[in-house]
Design a protein around this ligand. Structure first.
Ligand SMILES: [Zn+2]
Length: 94
């Protein structure tokens, strides 16, 4: 017996400390998807999927868990990229 889960995404707006994030939430389970991992724009917000997008499955029971994921998983990655670009440009200046 196989168990599969086919999410029925609906638009969901997260508003934390004045920061609004538009993402998708499963109608049945209430699970909130990471808007970056599942590419919310094309998954439930009516946009087109980009070419060569690395889709990942990241779902959360609470808004706090989603925020924590965004901070640790995505923002940390951006910081690393910004730092590497900054160090490259400072090397070029030397
Ligand atoms: Zn994510």
């Amino acid at each position: 017996m196989a168990y599969t889960w086919e999410p029925k995404w609906e638009p969901f707006e997260v508003n934390v400390d004045g920061i609004v994030i538009k993402t998708c939430r499963d109608r049945y389970t209430g699970l909130i998807a990471c808007p970056i991992c599942i590419h919310a724009v094309s998954s439930c917000l009516g946009g087109n999927p980009p070419e060569n997008y690395q889709f990942e499955n990241s779902y959360f029971f609470t808004v706090d868990d989603l925020i924590s994921h965004l901070k640790t998983y995505h923002v940390r990655g951006w910081h690393r990229r910004i730092e590497s670009v900054a160090s490259k440009s400072s090397e070029e200046e030397d």
